[in-house]
Design a protein around this ligand. Structure first.
Ligand code: NAP
Ligand code: GDD
Length: 320
């Protein structure tokens, strides 16, 4: 039985990736940092089938110990301080976890077993103020937040360990991917959850920042399949993963409210508080390399994603 280690197991992608790897027959070891309250909401249905161990990207020794003990063949590094606005409030922490944390994990792999295959969760935020439309693997980076800057470091250190030590290190440059398990502070989930609460009479407004920002949004369940595929190839590489479509925050609102027979214009209020010091205005991927080389395909369209998220929040909120 192959063993895979997933950092960031308690996050959105960690839960979907664990489900996928269990179906494929892996032993799954999830790494979670210690917190004073249990944080297993997204993986509670998997706890009988996976092993959750304590570890932290800020602690080199914990990473070494994990690899020594569980002897994985694959490591998926999904852990990060992943919320862009927080990266302006905590830029040093974001750099330590999201950037240097990658080096700590790569160093642990290099010392324990350099044959371990490694996946790094890179981001379309690296393209930032985009220098090319659509964005593909060789589009230059221009990050616009401390988070984006940290992810650029994580990407290049991953490439560097491939080139310096001949290690099987891959970088998946993933565009935004969402689901009913998305954190409540990200815009898609904030919209879906507030639409549900408005429909149920629990609130009467949705306060948002920039409605014109455009993102290439896909379904997280599809994107974790791409992560696994990258580690099954003959050679390590970088891949852009996205839908090839872009939609504005406004359009997301329009579809989400219309799904419950409401008009977003009656409920959405723009609030300066949610604007960012520097914005990423437009992201749109060219995922043709992944489609051809990985034979990766989408199963959920943009409209299906919006409706899936609203339906899930309606069901959850109506039980409260
Ligand atoms: P998420 O829901 O925010 O999950 C992040 C995970 O990282 C959580 O499990 C969190 O643990 C963990 N973590 C944070 N700091 C840590 C530390 N110091 N040591 C160990 N674990 C730590 O993020 P996601 O949406 O699943 O995204 C997964 C990865 O893909 C992230 O690296 C993100 O930056 C990247 N990415 C995401 C997208 C997207 O659209 N979702 C797109 C491109 C790239 P707690 O639960 O304890 O906070
Ligand atoms: N969060 C949030 N809240 N965003 C808002 C709001 C609001 O009230 N109003 C407008 N937005 C706009 C933001 O300004 C941004 O342009 C867009 O909605 C998307 O914001 P988020 O959902 O927070 O995601 P993100 O694009 O900044 O970052 C996500 O995707 C990246 C991949 O491109 C995160 O998952 C990152 O970790 C990931 O790397």
């Amino acid at each position: 039985m192959s063993t895979a280690i997933i950092t960031g197991i308690t996050g959105q992608d960690g839960s979907y990736l664990a489900e996928l790897l269990l179906k494929k027959g892996y032993q799954v070891i999830g790494v979670a940092r210690r917190s004073s309250t249990v944080n297993n909401e997204r993986i509670k249905h998997l706890l009988d089938d996976i092993t959750v161990v304590q570890g932290d990207l800020q602690d080199q020794g914990s990473l070494l110990a994990l690899l020594e003990e569980y002897k994985p063949t694959e490591v998926y590094n999904l852990a990060a301080q992943s919320f862009v606005p927080t990266s302006w409030n905590q830029p040093a922490l974001t750099g330590d976890v999201t950037a240097l944390g990658v080096t700590r994990l790569l160093e642990a792999i290099r010392f324990v077993n350099p044959k371990i295959r490694f996946y790094q969760a890179s981001s379309s935020e690296m393209f930032g103020k985009v220098l090319e439309v659509p964005q593909k693997e060789d589009t230059p980076f221009y990050p616009r937040s401390p988070y984006g800057v940290a992810k650029v470091y994580g990407h290049w250190i991953t490439v560097n360990y491939r080139e310096s030590f001949n290690m099987f290190t891959t970088s998946g440059i993933l565009f935004n991917h969402e689901s009913p398990r998305r954190g409540l502070e990200f815009v898609t989930r904030k919209i879906a959850d507030t639409v549900a609460r408005i429909k149920l009479g629990k609130t009467n407004e949705l306060r948002l920042g920039n409605l014109e920002a455009q993102r290439d949004w896909g379904f997280a369940g599809d994107y974790v399949r791409a992560m696994w595929l990258m580690l099954q190839q003959d050679h390590p590489d970088n891949y852009v993963i996205g839908t090839g479509e872009t939609h504005s925050v406004r359009e997301f609102c329009e579809i989400a409210f219309a799904h419950v027979d409401l008009d977003y214009k009656e409920f959405v209020v723009q609030d300066e508080k949610f604007y960012r010091p520097a914005e990423v205005d437009l992201l749109i991927s060219d995922p043709s390399k992944a489609r051809t080389a990985l034979k990766w395909e989408l199963t959920v369209s943009f409209k299906e994603l919006v409706r899936m998220m609203v339906d899930a929040d309606l069901e959850r909120r109506s039980k409260e």
